[in-house]
Every structure is written in structure tokens, then in C-alpha cells.
Write a protein that binds this ligand. Sequence first.
Ligand SMILES: Cc1cc2nc3c(=O)[nH]c(=O)nc-3n(C[C@H](O)[C@H](O)[C@H](O)COP(=O)(O)OP(=O)(O)OC[C@H]3O[C@@H](n4cnc5c(N)ncnc54)[C@H](O)[C@@H]3O)c2cc1C
Length: 516
Amino acid sequence: MNENVSTKEPEDAVKSDVVVIGTGIAGLYTALNISERYTVTILSKAALETNNSNLAQGGIAACVSPSDDFESHYEDTVKAGAYHNDQKHTRILIEEAPVNIGKLLQYGVNLDRDEEGKLLVTREGGHSKRRVLHAKDATGREIIRGMGEEIHRRQNIRLMEHVCATWLMVSPKGVIGLLAIDKDGQQAIYQSNCIVMATGGIGQVYKNTTNPSVATGDGIAMAYEAGTEIRDMEFIQFHPTAMYTDTPGQKFLISEAVRGEGAILRNIHGEAFMEKYHELEDLAPRDIVARSIFAEMIKTGQSHVYLDITHKGSEFIQHRFPTIYNHCLKEGIDMTKEWIPVAPAEHYVMGGILTDDYGRTNLKGLYACGECACTGVHGANRLASNSLLEGLVFGKRVAEDINKILSEDQSNEAPLIGRIGAEKTKTNSPIDISALKNRLKETMDRHVSIIRTEKGLEQARGEVEEIRKTLEGSQENSIPYHELKNMTTVAWLIIESAIKRKESLGGHYRQDEMEG
Ligand SMILES: Cc1cc2nc3c(=O)[nH]c(=O)nc-3n(C[C@H](O)[C@H](O)[C@H](O)COP(=O)(O)OP(=O)(O)OC[C@H]3O[C@@H](n4cnc5c(N)ncnc54)[C@H](O)[C@@H]3O)c2cc1C
């Protein structure tokens, strides 16, 4: 909580029954499931579709095929999660999947079907059955399109794009609102006793990530600052196959579904190597594939390996993976004839804001869902295509709890959406934000990546604490400043948890444990 923030009701605050922060799958689906009797404001710090959800390629896992069963989906999920999963929440995730997929289809989301109109399912790494629903290789884009259109139809939902939430406002009774800054630097207060964090991932904390620029961990950092419990931050998933380029930054993902359809990983000498590392070979769980690639990269002294799907035929590849095919072509690689250079990159955080089975946090009125939440369903390592699903299942549950709370609260008349404040923020900065960001990313890539050691983690902690001190001395109140502050808090949370966990588990791999 920002101690300088007054908790008196400001005249020009934006009021609504519910404020949802984030327009990814979790935020949009939560908002759509709030009863139309209540006013909802959704904030997005970029355009509605700039988020991880929109980039999801492979698909969304759900047990909808007659050859599949809940038990098998559950087993695959906890096995990938190194049995660190919350069992109750994982069962909820899997058993409530089909009904939420049904709802998604009602919003006009078009998932791929066969000639008879039956939903098509594919297989991905760690899944023992074909259960991944998809919309070609741009599943997230189709989901966000469908839900986005539905959001625009709803009278009770007000969408505020390019507005960045910066601080939670908290009274002894719980959350009462938040502070935000828009792209012109105008500050505003959004008042509500129900706030939903759906702010997505943390990828920007690392130099190489599949996440877009908005993924700076804001929700996790804001919730932490407000006193909310954060859990399991040491578990970071590095996607094995981000397309390799020698410039750092956001990396294009080569979906796991490409391996699901038979692609083979080869080292720089052309040798297929996954059989040396795991019985499931190229479809082994992600952490194992990422470490195996990393090991081959070290062995061969190269910064990438290759993914080979050339044996599947040009027509199949272009039809099944049009987005990936076209992107590769733009980068000068024809994937129907050539191997794609790939290397691991940060992809997903398993930890986050600790929530119960209805997305409630330990701070009254504050909910979290989607990637920023830690429901425990992914354990120490997320099973492919379970995260879009988590956004749906727990987003709906958050909305159900809010509907119940609001219906029981007699004092709660649906407030009107009000005017936005116009206080200009200070932007004069004596600190070099971009240099500090690079320093943070370098530190995280070097010491807190796929393979970790006590010594490296301690070094990283020292670096991050220095960056934190520099930021604390600044008067800046701009979006880049808040993002860097949040990234630094998130980096610190990851490092602290990684230092505490001495053993390797899922997405947390301690080399010193292996050596010792
Ligand atoms: C390239 C890629 C491919 C993937 N493929 C798959 C897949 O096939 N299947 C699968 O299940 N998962 C996949 N994932 C993971 C999955 O997409 C994400 O975990 C999931 O979409 C997260 O959804 P979300 O709603 O929690 O967050 P996001 O979709 O990331 O949305 C976060 C939202 O919060 C907003 N926001 C953040 N901070 C603030 C702030 N301070 N103020 C206001 N707004 C803010 C952002 O602008 C954004 O709108 C993939 C991820 C990536 C990056």
C-alpha cells in the first residue's frame, strides 16, 4: 500500500462494483461471468488483445473426447507438476473443464472441428491422450476475439485500455480501490471493494521470453506490497522451443503441438537426442525437454538446437501450422524443408498470488486468477495447455463468489461509473530505467534461469537489492518506473524462494544439489 495515498473517497474517482485488472483469458472470462446487474470496469495497460492469452498457439486442454477420462488428465497434470500440485484445485480444474469449454463456444469462439462437426483434439508434451482443443495454431487469438466481442456487447462492462494499475488502496476492512496511470500520464482512482488481479505473467523479468512487453508481474508485485501471500515463485517454466534469434527480447514460440504432430529435436550435428533423456522422448514434460536442450547446447558449444518436422509434408504443415509457417518464412526459414533453430526461453510462472478454490486471497475483496494466481493446479511445472483452462475455470469461480458477495451485501447499491481524475504525474527521472531493466534481466538470465546454484542465487539477490535501493530513492511515477519496480519485486520473490528450496523440483533445478 502506498502510504501517501489518501483513503478518503475522491470526488472524481471511477466507481464500479467490480474492477478487473487484465484483458487476457482470465480477466475477460471473469468479467463476462459477473452478473449483468453489477457494474464492471476492466483495465488493460495496453490494447485489449496485447497479452499472453492472445499469443497462445497450441490450445486448451479439456477432457471432451470419449477416449479420454478425468483421471488420466489428472494423472498427467500432477505427474508434470512433480506431484507438488494442490489436489483439490487440480480436480476442480479438470472436472469443470468441459462445461467452461461449452460456455466458450457459446461466446462464438470457433475451435477446430472434423467434417462431422466434432471438436478436434491433438496431443501435446506430457499428455498421455489427445485432449488439446485448438483453433489452428492461433487458439488464443480466436478465444480473445470471441470473448472480446462479447465484452463489447455487455452494457454493464466498461473497458479501459491503456490504463496501468499502479497501487492497491487498502483499508483495515480490505481493498477499497486502486491507483492507475493512463498513457498520457494522467492519474486516476478506481474505487471498488472487489478487485480481481488477472495481470498475467512475469516474462519480462528475463532477457529471453515468449511473453510480450506487458508481462512485468505487476499484479503479483502490487498484491505483495499490499500484504497478500505469494507462493511457489521459484517454479518458472522455460519453454523448450522458442525460435532462436541472436537478438534478446520477446521470442516467437514454436508450439509444443509441432512436436505433438511428430517434430523431432536434433542437435547441431543433426542427431535426435531426446531418447537419451526421457522415455517420452520429444514429448517429455517441458522442464525435462528444456534442460535436455540446454545440456546439448553446452555439449556442442552452440546457442541453439533444431526442430525438424520436414517429414510431415508441406500441405499438412501449412494447413496445421499456418501462423508458425508464415512467421518462419518471414525469418527466412521454410519449415516444410528446413529445420527451425530453437532454444529455451522463459514462458510461464507457476507461482503467484496464493488463492483458495474461489480465487480469494488473504486480503478481503482481492481476488486473483490466471497466470498471476497460484491456485496450485500446475504444481512445480505446468502441463501444456492447462493454463488457458485455469483462466476459464478459476475466472468463473471468482465471478461466482463476487456475484454471491454482492447479492448478499444490502448496502451495496450498484454505483455509477464516474469521472476520471486528471492529476498529471511526475515524470522527471534522474534514474536510467532502461539500463536498470537490462541489468535486472542479465542477472536473472545468468543466475536464476534453467540451472541454479546457491552461489549464483546469492549473487543475484545482491544485484537485485542494489537495483531496489536505487528505485526507492526515486520520485518517479511513470508507467516504465512502476513496471521496473514491479519486475524488481518479482525478481526478488523468485530469488528468495529459489534460495529457500535447496532441492530440485519441476521448474526449479538446483545444480549444486546434483553435485552435492
Ligand atoms: C507465446 C505463448 C504461447 C502460449 N501457448 C499456450 C497454449 O497453447 N495453451 C495454454 O494453455 N497456455 C499457453 N500459454 C500460456 C497462456 O497463454 C497464459 O498463461 C495465459 O494466457 C495467461 O492468461 P492471463 O489472462 O492470466 O494473462 P494475460 O493473457 O497475459 O493477460 C494479462 C493482462 O493483464 C494486463 N495487465 C498487466 N499488468 C497490468 C497493470 N498494471 N494494469 C493494467 N493491466 C495490466 C495486460 O495488459 C493483459 O491484458 C502461452 C503463452 C505464451 C506467451
